[in-house]
Design a protein around this ligand. Structure first.
Ligand SMILES: [Zn+2]
Length: 155
C-alpha cells in the first residue's frame, strides 16, 4: 500500500477485535473466547491502528485465531487478501490447538494428571507425522494454563 492510499483510503470503522484500542488485552481475549490461543499484544487485525476497512470484515473473521502480531508482514498480507493456502495453514493450526486442549482437559478431568505428566504422555505418544512440534517446557506451560482455566470454570 502506498502512502497515498493509506492517507486517502476509505476506511474505516472501529476495529471489532480490539475495539479501537489498537491493543488486544485480556478482556478482548475473553470476549472472543481465545484464552488458550492468544496473549495480550498489539492488535494484528487492525495492525495497531484501531480502525479497519469494511472489506476486511468480509474477508477475515474477527476471531480468526491465526492472524496475530507474531506473523511476518507478508503472511499477514496474505491472510488479509484471503490467500487460500495461508488460510488453510491457519485452520490446521487451530485444529491442532483444539485437539491439544481436548487432550489436556481429558487427562486432567478423567485421570487427575498434572501438566507435567500430561506433557510427558503427549510426547511419548505423539504422532511422528504431527504437523506441529512443541517443546516440552512449552507443552507443560500450555497444559498448566488449560488446567487453570478448567479449574476456574468448575468453581
Ligand atoms: Zn484492532
Amino acid at each position: 500500500m502506498t502512502i497515498f492510499n493509506f492517507l486517502f483510503r476509505k476506511s474505516s470503522i472501529e476495529c471489532p477485535r480490539c475495539q479501537g484500542k489498537a491493543f488486544v488485552d485480556w478482556e478482548d481475549i475473553r470476549r472472543l473466547n481465545k484464552e488458550l490461543k492468544w496473549t495480550p499484544a498489539p492488535c494484528a487485525y487492525c495492525y495497531g491502528s484501531g480502525k479497519v476497512d469494511k472489506e476486511m470484515l468480509l474477508k477475515v473473521p474477527v476471531d480468526y485465531t491465526y492472524l496475530t502480531i507474531d506473523l511476518t508482514e507478508s503472511e499477514m498480507e496474505k491472510i488479509k487478501k484471503g490467500d487460500e493456502a495461508t488460510l488453510e495453514k491457519g485452520k490446521m493450526r487451530e485444529v491442532f490447538l483444539d485437539n491439544l486442549i481436548k487432550y489436556g482437559e481429558h487427562h486432567y478431568l478423567n485421570n487427575k494428571m498434572d501438566a507435567e505428566s500430561i506433557a510427558d504422555l503427549y510426547l511419548k505418544t505423539e504422532d511422528e507425522n504431527a504437523l506441529f512440534a512443541v517443546e516440552r517446557k512449552y507443552l507443560i506451560q500450555y497444559f498448566a494454563k488449560i488446567i487453570e482455566l478448567k479449574t476456574s470454570e468448575l468453581n
